[in-house]
Structure formats: structure tokens, C-alpha cells
Design a protein. Structure first.
Lengths: 384, 267
């Protein structure tokens, strides 16, 4: 800065403001030269003749009657209302209007003082903002669609049903979350006499988590087909995630049902315990086969597995913590609630039971976390 | 959800007296009636409320489908009547609420004893043989107008409102708050209001009705008010000296007198 005054811009407007005075019924009673110049009208066309609102666009006239005047009458003052003034030649001028209602001694409206600001530049700037906002909204919607499609493609519903076992799976995305989640479910034949089922949760959200989820889920399915059993599968998954850092510390439960003996074998890596609902409707949490989250193994600590005999009519529920997690109670209290809920819906057909469980609000009303569940039912006695 | 909370129902006057239900139009909220409604409190049970999405109604109750037509607002109104157990109430509706009342009266003819319609219009857009006063393009212009204003308001007001979420009463004091609405809801209501056509409802109204017409109403011109009165089977037409679309604010005494005369005529 040199300290010397800038010369006045000879080409710029002489003033940014124009002044009007209106009668209480809105008729213009005085207009300054600036307003006459801007509107392209003669004083005789306006003063004592035209209501201010008659100079506005049709939308502006409605707004004037439904917003501007009520506000002025209620508050005595209105500021920053955007209008388009229609000039004599039909073109429009974007303005911002401030108005003050002056009252007489008895409180009756006497006149309305109006200041009009040329808002051409500001309006075009606002239109840019509006366009940017609309573009952003459109982009957000597109991203949401991509995310949903992506997730759906990873979580094709696995209603894998054999003569012996029926499976229902459900997935619910997190409320108001743009990003995809990292929860998964899966059910597949391991071999001719074994059904595999997994539910898991990759730490974090977003495309990164979803990609990691897809990899772990596929890896687990491939590793399971070696027939080595739940604890060995988790052990191999531990090795696998060394190459997929985003999948580190995932939690999962992997279970296999022997379709001949009806034995359930399962292993949980830092994951909520499965629920076994017996044919008679009593439920228990399966606390066996527990170990640390995927990749977070300690030397000397092996992956373990639990076993439980199943009977026709028994159901097994695998789920992620989105079903029951709340900060104001312990995880164990949440698991108990899941077991109770699973027992409550035991009388319903399998699909309805899965729907009910998903709809049960064991967590906050606005479920932040995404949620997966897998419900399987033993339909027939073991062969032989 | 409690209907009284949903529509922010306010009751004054004697609960055993005959009821007057005041409904606000497009733009602001139930406070549009604050210079008129109190005049009836000594003899009536005076009920005012906010349409869902406006004033201090429960915004979460706004359902784009339900509130995508006047029928949804009429159903809300009938639920308010039901929740308050009103019988033989007289409905007073301003602007678009006039046609909400008409729709409610056609939906449930027993809900109201009579209808007072202040600055009504059954259709804002011109049609063959009918002059509503606006073209469809002009109504699109209104949506732009709403957009232009909400941008300025939301930028200035959002921080103030957000910062006081736990003290909602502060919101009442904010400049322009009386006509402040979620922009998406305002746009939806503008579409419902200005794109609606209630002409076919008018001959179906069985109750005595009053049409209050002002001078130089830029939104519901006199020809439109006359049309409403001509097509309501039992109507009275009253023309006020007051100008503009909101006589309930600009000329409360004259508006009150017109309502008083109508109520007296009902016996």
C-alpha cells in the first residue's frame, strides 16, 4: 500500500443504493433518481400510481404478499429480501431490499421506507453457489448409488438352502451414512456334507473397508473349501490379511454344519458370540471357540473352536455388533438381548424371523453402524 | 405421534364454547392470526395450528408423499379436529388454507359447521375459461424467488440456529423466523399450493361459507374470489376495503368484523 487514495472508478455505478417511500398499501409515494434510473421509468409512471409489488416479477409479487409484507407487519422491519425488479424494457434487475415500517402516533402504519441495493453481482455469485450446491448434491447421490451397487454386488443374498439346512441373511446399511460399510455375511457349501457360514466386520467404513471386506470374505470362502475346519480357516485368514492391511483387526465368526451328523463347529475371532436357539425356543450364547481379532494373534495363542450338537428345529444366529451395540451398556448385556430377541421370534418362519430381528431396535433408534445377520435352521434329522 | 405436537396446536378461550379453527396460508405460520383470533376468545374455543413443515410444527412429520397434495394437509386438519374432539367447529382459512378447509369439508362433511375463506383461490394458474392470475412459468419464477431468498437466509441464520439447538425459544427471536421454513418443504408447499386445482371441490361443499375478498389482492384477484363464491352452494361474499393478500395482518379489525357478521348469520 502506498497510502495514496485510489482514483474513483469513473465507469462504476454512482451509487449502490436507491430509496423509495411507500404508502401503507404499498403505493410508491416517492422514488429517488437512482431508482428511476435503475427501473427505467419516469417519476410520473410510479409516484402516487404504482404499488411497489407491481414492479416485481410474478414470483416476486407472490413472495411480496406471502412473506415480505407479513414479515414487515409483524416485525416492523425486513432485511435482505431478494427481488427482481422488472424494468420498463422488460429486463430485470436483481436487488436486495430492506424495508422499515414507520408508524404514526396511534401506532397505525404511516409509511414504509425502502432501501434497494443493486445485487446483480451478488446474485450471479449466489447462482454460482446454488449451481455448486446442486452439483454437489447430484455427485453425492451418484456416489451413494455407486456405493450401494458395490455393496450389493459383494453381498448377494445367500439363501443357500439344502434339504437339511435353510439359511436367511440380511444386511442393513448404516443410517444417513454415505459410505459403504465393512460388514459381511456369507454361506456356501464347503463340500458335499458341510455347509460353511460366516459373518464379519472390517474396521472402518468407506470404499477401503468395503474392498478389504470383499477380499477377506472371498479368502475365507476359498480357504474354507480346503475342509480344514473353522479354527484352521481363521488361522489361514490371519496369514492372508498380512497382505491386506485394511482388513487387520477384522472380527468374524466362521461356522460349519455337518449335514450328516448335524454337528456345529464354530470359531469367533473377536466377534460377538453366535446364538443357538433350540427347537423348544430356549436360547443360549455360544461362548466357545473364542480368540483375538483377525491378524491380531499372539505367539503361542492358537485359534480355537467350539462345537455344539444341533437338532431339527434348532436355529443358529450369526450377527455383527450393529445389531446390539450401545455405549450405555456392556457388550454382554447387548448379547443377552440378542439371544432374547432370537428366542422371541423362534415361532416365526425363518425369513420373517430374520426380518423381525433386523427390525428389532436393540440399539439406538438412529442406527449409526451397518448391520449383518445370518440365521440358519436345521430342517431334517441327520441322514442315516 | 401426538397430533397436537405435530401441528403445534394452540388453544385459547373457553374449552366448552363453540370452536373456531384458524389455519394459516402459504408463507408463514399460525402467528398470521395473532391480531384476529384473540378477539374471539371471550366467546369461542379458539384453535390455531401450524401446517406440518411450518412454524413450530414437527418437521420430522413432513412426508413428501402425504404432503404432496392438499389432501394430505386436509387429512392433517381433520386429525386435529378429531384429536381435539371438536364438533360443529367453524373453519377459518387464509390463502391456500381456504382450499385445505374445502378439501377437508368435502372429505368429511361432518367436520365443520361452516367455512370462512379469506382470500381464497381454487386455482392460481390460468386455464381455458378461467383466469387464476398466473401462468405456469410465473409459478416457476416463484420457486426461483424462494431459492434466491433461502440462500441468503440460510447462510446468515444457520449458524445462529445451529448454535442454539438446545434453546429453541431463541429461534423465535430471529429476524424473519416467522416465515422461515426448510427450503425443500417450502418448495414442496409452493408446488402444492400454486399448482393445485380445487375448482371441482367447490360445488361439493354443503356448509354455509363466507368468502372474504380484499381490494387489489395480487394473488387472489376479485374475479377469483367471485368465482369461489359463485361455485359454493351456500356462500356469502364480503369485500373488504383493505388491500393486499393478508388482511388478517394489515386490517385485523375489518377482518374480525367480517368474521363476526358471518358467525352471527349462522345463528
Amino acid at each position: 500500500m502506498t497510502g495514496s487514495a485510489e482514483p474513483a472508478d469513473a465507469t462504476g455505478p454512482t451509487t449502490q443504493w436507491a430509496q423509495l417511500v411507500l404508502a401503507p398499501d404499498g403505493t410508491i409515494t416517492a422514488a429517488d433518481d437512482a431508482f428511476l434510473h435503475w427501473s427505467g421509468r419516469e417519476a410520473a409512471e410510479l409516484v402516487g400510481v404504482a404499488p411497489f409489488s407491481s414492479l416485481l416479477s410474478a414470483g416476486g409479487r407472490i413472495y411480496h404478499e406471502t412473506h415480505f409484507l407479513p414479515l414487515l407487519l409483524m416485525q416492523g422491519e425486513v432485511r435482505d429480501v431478494a427481488f427482481d425488479v422488472v424494468r420498463a424494457d422488460g429486463t430485470t434487475l436483481a436487488v436486495l431490499v430492506h424495508a422499515t415500517l414507520r408508524r404514526g402516533p396511534a401506532g397505525e402504519p404511516e409509511r414504509i421506507d425502502v432501501s434497494v441495493l443493486d445485487a446483480t453481482v451478488r446474485r450471479s455469485y449466489e447462482r454460482e453457489l446454488q449451481r455448486a450446491r446442486r452439483d454437489a448434491e447430484a455427485a453425492e447421490q451418484q456416489l451413494r448409488r455407486i456405493a450401494e451397487t458395490f455393496q450389493r454386488s459383494l453381498l448377494e443374498r445367500a439363501e443357500l438352502t439344502t434339504d437339511v439346512v435353510a439359511v436367511e441373511t440380511r444386511y442393513r446399511p448404516a443410517v444417513d451414512e454415505l459410505e459403504v460399510g465393512g460388514d459381511w455375511h456369507d454361506a456356501f457349501p464347503v463340500d458335499d456334507r458341510t455347509l460353511g457360514a460366516s459373518v464379519g466386520d472390517v474396521v472402518g467404513k468407506g470404499i477401503d473397508a468395503a474392498c478389504a471386506m470383499g477380499q477377506v470374505r472371498s479368502a475365507m470362502r476359498a480357504l474354507a473349501r480346503t475342509g480344514s475346519g473353522p479354527s484352521a480357516v481363521l488361522h489361514e485368514v490371519d496369514r492372508f490379511v498380512r497382505t491386506v492391511p485394511s482388513a487387520f483387526a477384522s472380527t468374524t465368526v466362521y461356522a460349519e454344519v455337518d449335514l450328516v451328523t448335524l454337528e456345529l463347529r464354530y470359531a469367533a475371532a473377536g466377534h460377538p458370540p453366535p446364538v443357538l436357539v433350540h427347537a423348544d425356543g430356549t436360547a443360549e450364547l455360544l461362548w466357545g471357540g473364542r480368540s483375538t481379532p483377525i491378524g491380531a494373534t499372539l505367539p503361542g495363542l492358537d485359534r480355537t473352536e467350539g462345537r455344539a450338537p444341533l437338532q431339527p428345529g434348532d436355529r443358529v444366529l450369526l450377527y455383527t455388533d450393529g445389531l446390539c451395540e450401545r455405549h450405555d451398556r456392556t457388550p454382554d448385556e447387548g448379547f443377552d438381548l440378542v439371544a432374547e430377541a432370537a428366542a422371541r421370534v423362534h415361532g416365526l418362519p425363518l425369513g420373517q424371523a430374520a426380518d423381525q430381528l433386523m427390525a428389532t431396535r436393540l440399539t439406538y433408534d438412529d442406527v449409526r453402524d451397518d448391520t449383518c445377520l445370518l440365521l440358519l435352521e436345521v430342517r431334517r434329522p441327520a441322514a442315516g | 405421534m401426538d397430533v397436537r405436537d405435530r401441528n403445534r396446536v394452540t388453544e385459547d378461550g373457553s374449552s366448552s364454547a363453540p370452536a373456531l379453527v384458524f389455519a394459516h396460508g402459504f408463507g408463514c405460520d399460525q402467528r398470521m392470526w395473532r391480531l384476529v383470533a384473540p378477539a374471539f376468545e371471550d366467546r369461542y374455543r379458539v384453535v390455531t395450528f401450524d401446517h406440518v413443515g411450518f412454524g413450530r410444527s414437527d418437521l420430522s412429520a413432513f412426508d413428501p408423499e402425504r404432503h404432496g397434495s392438499l389432501q394430505g394437509y386436509a387429512d392433517d386438519l381433520l386429525e386435529v379436529v378429531d384429536a381435539l374432539d371438536l364438533h360443529d367447529a367453524v373453519f377459518v382459512g387464509h390463502s391456500v388454507a381456504a382450499m385445505i378447509g374445502v378439501r377437508a369439508a368435502v372429505t368429511d362433511p361432518g367436520a365443520f359447521r361452516a367455512l370462512a375463506l379469506v382470500c381464497p383461490s381454487p386455482r392460481y394458474i390460468d386455464a381455458p375459461g378461467y383466469t387464476g392470475g398466473f401462468t405456469e412459468a410465473e409459478i416457476d419464477g416463484l420457486l426461483d424467488q424462494l431459492d434466491a431468498n433461502y440462500l441468503g437466509w440460510s447462510a446468515a441464520m444457520a449458524p445462529v440456529i445451529m448454535g442454539n439447538a438446545d434453546r429453541p425459544e431463541l429461534g423465535d427471536e430471529l429476524t424473519n423466523s416467522f416465515c422461515r421454513t426448510d427450503p425443500r418443504i417450502a418448495e414442496a408447499f409452493a408446488r402444492v399450493t400454486f399448482l393445485s386445482d380445487s375448482r371441482a371441490d367447490l360445488p361439493l361443499v354443503e356448509q354455509p361459507s363466507l368468502v372474504i375478498q380484499t381490494t387489489n389482492d395480487a394473488i387472489a384477484p376479485e374475479a377469483v374470489g367471485r368465482y369461489v363464491a359463485d361455485h359454493l352452494p351456500q356462500s356469502t361474499f364480503t369485500r373488504l376495503a383493505a388491500t393486499g393478500h393478508c388482511p388478517n395482518l394489515s386490517a385485523p379489525a375489518e377482518t374480525t368484523d367480517a368474521l363476526e357478521a358471518f358467525l352471527a348469520s349462522l345463528g
